[in-house]
Design a protein around this ligand. Structure first.
Ligand SMILES: Cc1cc2nc3c(=O)[nH]c(=O)nc-3n(C[C@H](O)[C@H](O)[C@H](O)COP(=O)(O)OP(=O)(O)OC[C@H]3O[C@@H](n4cnc5c(N)ncnc54)[C@H](O)[C@@H]3O)c2cc1C
Length: 322
């Protein structure tokens, strides 16, 4: 059985167990969140051998070459000496400057970052609390707005990070951030391409950033947003989005309520069903899908079947770990 060394601690990792599970069993506290290789919170480095190839999937080439890997994807095949990433390389310091409830369960959290940071609206960042608890949140603001980051955090009933962010986290508090990650963002260069954006709940966050970024950069093709929620409270920022619709002739906003209603101005049904039924063909469209993992997975398939090219489908599934 492969032996693992982390600092002074040594333990065995059975072949059917991920390194992350073995670390947690050994009571070693390391950051993690989605457990599915998406959020990259459990990034580690192997100091003695090359880590298994599967554990490096999705990492940048530069990180792969330095033997970084994801603990949640790593089934050790030989003895490994591992370490947490160098804090200097990954830590971005930020401070909370604004908290605002956009809906009863959605917090707008605005941070000012003090360390240089490169990002695109729509990418995600791992936020880390003082005790190491780490969660991913999508960037809802474009980089042109100075040293600011905006996140929309949905409060889950038992959620550790989201409850802390809604409650205890105070204005002026420091928060540590990772570098921005993910490829769900607006790429300039094809200004006339039609864009279809579908999001549920706080899945609006990256889409809101992407839409503002695209409009600021002079995108002149159709930009059609479908935002879905069970009830009207969940369709936050609807006034801002309707104003944006008045200002930009190429922007359309469809607010979708899945519960039965007779409210004027709201479509009846699930956002992805309505969006996909609305377009005869998605050939030539760029499609962004964000929020509930099942909605994202289903819509990816449907968008492809409706003619969107795989390279034009960008997805951000908000996977919550167990
Ligand atoms: C790439 C990426 C981007 C993300 N972006 C955002 C974002 O912009 N905004 C945002 O709000 N979240 C986002 N998330 C999700 C976020 O990272 C956290 O997983 C989420 O906030 C829950 O963390 P928590 O610590 O509050 O809950 P945890 O303490 O981790 O508990 C989560 C628990 O809640 C359960 N659960 C999962 N979904 C629900 C649900 N719908 N209702 C009730 N319980 C549920 C899970 O099974 C789990 O047991 C993103 C995730 C990823 C991977």
């Amino acid at each position: 059985m492969p032996q693992i060394s982390l600092g002074e601690t040594q333990f065995a990792c059975p072949g059917d167990e991920t390194l992350l599970d073995a670390l947690l069993k050994a009571n070693l506290r390391i950051p993690y969140s989605c457990r599915q290789g998406v959020c990259q919170s459990c990034l580690m480095r192997c100091l003695n051998v090359a880590p298994p190839a599967n554990s490096q999937t999705g990492l940048k080439d530069t990180l792969q070459r330095q033997n970084y890997f994801l603990a949640c994807r790593c089934y050790p095949e030989q003895d490994m000496t591992v370490a947490l990433p160098d804090q200097q390389t990954f830590a971005v310091n930020a401070v909370v400057i604004k908290k605002q409830l956009l809906a009863p369960d959605i917090l707008r959290l605005v941070l000012q970052y003090e360390t240089p940071l490169e990002f695109y609206a729509g990418q995600f960042i791992n936020l880390r609390r003082g005790d190491g608890l780490t969660r991913s949140y999508s960037i809802a603001i474009s980089p042109q707005t100075g040293n600011l980051l905006e996140f929309h955090i949905r409060r889950l009933p038992q959620g550790q990070f989201s409850n802390w962010a809604h409650g205890e986290l105070a204005i002026g508090s420091p928060v540590t951030l990772s570098q921005a990650q993910g490829n769900c963002y607006y790429l300039p260069g094809n200004h006339g391409q039609p864009l279809l954006l579908i999001g549920t709940g706080s899945g609006l966050a990256p889409l809101y950033g992407i839409i503002n970024d695209a409009l600021n950069q002079g995108h002149n093709g159709v930009i059609h947003l479908f935002h879905g929620s069970r009830n009207a409270d969940g369709l936050y920022l609807s006034d801002e989005l309707r104003k944006l619709e008045e200002k930009f002739a190429n922007f359309q906003y469809t607010a979708c309520l899945s519960e039965k209603h007779s409210k004027p101005g709201f479509a009846q049904g699930r956002a992805h069903d309505l969006a996909l039924a609305d377009k005869d063909s998605l050939k030539g469209w760029r499609v962004y899908l964000c929020g509930h993992p099942e909605m994202v997975k289903h819509s990816q398939k449907m968008a492809y079947l409706k003619g969107a090219s795989l390279k034009d489908i960008y997805a951000d599934a908000f996977i919550a770990g167990k």
